[in-house]
Design a protein around this ligand. Structure first.
Ligand SMILES: [Zn+2]
Length: 96
């Protein structure tokens, strides 16, 4: 079993182009969270970028548990490519 995924916070309004293999990156400017980026957990490598800024639609809400383990809501559903559909809870991917 691999350990739970963690999230790294970068001071920016967009996540970096280069992403870690498993972990997530949160772009935060000041005290405003903008976007989360990570690679699709199915292994296809697709870059996923989700807005967490509440003023835009669609947006996700994020909470970060102790140890940097992220929870995202609602679920993530890719409409093309691998069509993965999953929840990310407490750093763990739950496939639907
Ligand atoms: Zn995928």
């Amino acid at each position: 079993m691999l350990p739970p995924r963690r999230i790294t916070i970068v001071e920016a309004d967009t996540p970096p182009l280069r992403l870690p293999w498993r972990n997530l990156v949160l772009a935060r400017e000041g005290n405003e969270d903008w976007a989360v980026a990570f690679r699709c957990p199915c292994g296809c490598g697709t870059r996923l970028e989700l807005m967490v800024l509440q003023e835009v639609k669609p947006n996700w809400s994020i909470s970060i548990e102790q140890g940097g383990r992220p929870t995202l809501s609602p679920s993530i559903w890719l409409k093309s490519g691998c069509k993965s559909h999953f929840w990310l809870r407490n750093g763990k991917v739950i496939w639907i």
